[in-house]
Design a protein around this ligand. Structure first.
Ligand code: UTP
Length: 479
């Protein structure tokens, strides 16, 4: 290397040292002398992308949250549209008709968050590529996209899909969708944008961890990273320019999700809600789902099951039902103007979405250059959650759905007790059987059936395509 190269590198080192020193983070340069120029460049880029002041503040505030506890203790159930329809402000027919109108007017876009690392599932690719189709072996991505294609055809519009990836999932996702011609979506129907990352810090000292000599321990900044990333990527403005008014939001791991379900869209629109959430009725007070509650000041809030005071969780109505009944399944509709307002607030420094902290096991390089694989949580990760937008939304509502028909999350590895590939496939088969049987079609015991969304999106469409009385005696994929 020539003299000026040395000088530049020395200058860079000095600059980085003065950037890191006020925050006690100069250990990130411990191995600088041993790095190649390329490694130095990438380490420099990672360091410069971090707001160390923010990390210091987040670490300091990591145990905060007491105020909310008191408010949560006095919380009640949210305004909701229930499945039994008894006290609903609008009928399901009214809702469907309003939902259909918005679909036909091309005002609905779809946003799919697929930036998570899927650590529990342990699949070595982005979770959206997991072959979940019980007969077809189709991927989660294909199943979701076919629903959007089917609805685009049905309503005569081009429904845009926005997929959020992260550095952990981006390249493979793009390559997979390209290789499969976006499973039939038109080019201008699909936008892929990437969320940001946050560093993991040592849970005792707040020092940012290195995974190796030239890389920080970075991970995606939570599904709430969507707000910032959607706005900054330009996708939000493009959606608005295209006439989109509402976004149907869901997570990549749920192949039963009823994308753009008309009742849900309709209830959201008729209520004038800025943020609506699908919920299921909890069976047990301590079910491990997020709870949607209403605070005394009327704002809605999502309370994690671990934060729900036990006394509140057990409170019952006179008829014996749970008072705090609404468990979130992470399916929402959001008003685009509301999102835009929230993104602007965040950009102006008034954060609409706080960071949450979680203690996790994170492998790291210690100061002697040895990789440590801890047995116990050793680090703090910072994540934003999209549902934290709820309290800021006007007229937010919860809409109850039937878990058998709308919720089959793929979270855990084969063999685990719940939410595994086996259990999700069984739920997909059960739904297909149910639709076939309602249409008067007989499916023999033990036979696996699967219905492509392009074949039918519900039992009525099944009935139009297969004559009643048909018998299905072997595994079959209807497509
Ligand atoms: P989870 O919280 O279940 O995380 O994400 P995960 O990555 O799928 O799995 P684990 O916890 O590592 O095992 C719920 C949804 O939010 C998305 C995921 O892709 C999934 O659709 N997500 C999560 C993001 O898009 N970005 C994130 O930073 C985190």
């Amino acid at each position: 290397m020539n003299y000026s190269g040395h000088k530049n590198m020395d200058e860079t080192l000095a600059q980085l040292q003065s950037l890191l020193a006020p925050f006690g983070q100069t250990h990130l340069l411990d191995f600088w002398d041993r790095l190649t120029p390329e490694e130095r460049n990438s380490l420099e880029a990672e360091i410069r992308a971090i707001d160390f002041g923010q990390i210091a503040r987040l670490f300091e505030k990591r145990e905060a949250g007491e105020d909310l506890h008191e408010m949560i203790e006095r919380a009640g159930p949210p305004p909701a549209l229930r499945l039994d329809g008894q006290n609903n402000r609008f009928s399901a027919d009214e809702a469907r008709s309003r939902g259909r109108e918005a679909m036909q007017a091309g005002q609905i876009g779809v946003i799919l968050v697929a930036g998570g690392q899927g650590t529990r599932l342990g699949f070595p690719h982005p979770k959206g590529m997991f072959p979940i189709g019980p007969v077809s072996g189709n991927s989660l991505f294909q199943i979701h996209i076919e629903k959007i294609l089917a609805d685009s055809r049905r309503y005569g519009v081009s429904i845009p899909l926005y997929i959020m990836t992260s550095p952990a999932t981006h390249d493979e996702t793009v390559e997979f969708l390209d290789r499969n011609d976006r499973f039939g979506l038109a080019k201008d129907q699909l936008t892929i944008f990437r969320q940001g990352t946050m560093p993991a810090v040592d849970d005792q000292s707040g020092k940012v961890l290195l995974v190796n000599k030239s890389h920080l321990a970075l991970s995606p900044d939570g599904h709430g990273g969507m707000l910032d990333a959607f706005a900054k990527s330009g996708a939000m403005d493009a959606a608005r320019d295209r006439g989109i008014r509402q976004l149907f939001y869901f997570q990549v791991d749920n192949p039963l999700v009823d994308i753009c379900g008309l009742d849900f869209l309709g209830y959201h629109l008729l209520s004038g809600s800025e943020f609506s959430s699908q919920v299921i009725a909890k069976r047990d007070p301590l079910d491990r789902v997020g709870n949607i509650v209403r605070l005394e000041d009327e704002r809605l809030l999502m309370v994690e099951y671990s934060d729900l005071p036990e006394k509140l969780a057990h409170r019952r109505n006179p008829d014996g039902s749970l008072e705090i009944w609404a468990g979130s399944i992470a399916v929402h509709v959001m008003d685009l103007e509301f999102l835009n307002r929230m993104a602007k607030q965040t950009a102006a420094g008034n954060e609409a979405l706080p960071f949450h902290t979680a203690r996790k096991k994170v492998d790291y390089l210690d100061r002697s250059g040895r990789t440590v694989r801890p047995d116990e949580p050793n680090a703090i990760k910072f994540e934003r959650f999209i549902f934290d937008l709820l309290p800021s939304a006007a007229d937010a509502i919860a809409v109850e759905v039937d878990p058998q028909r709308a919720f089959a999350p793929l979270k855990n590895a084969p063999g685990d007790p719940t939410d595994t590939p086996e259990s999700v496939k069984a739920q997909l088969v059960a739904q297909a059987k149910d639709w076939l049987q309602r249409a008067g079609i007989e499916v023999s015991e033990g036979v696996k059936v699967e219905i492509s969304p392009l074949f039918a999106r519900n039992e009525t469409e099944v009935a139009k395509k297969i004559p009643a009385g048909t018998q299905v005696t072997q595994d079959r994929y209807f497509c």
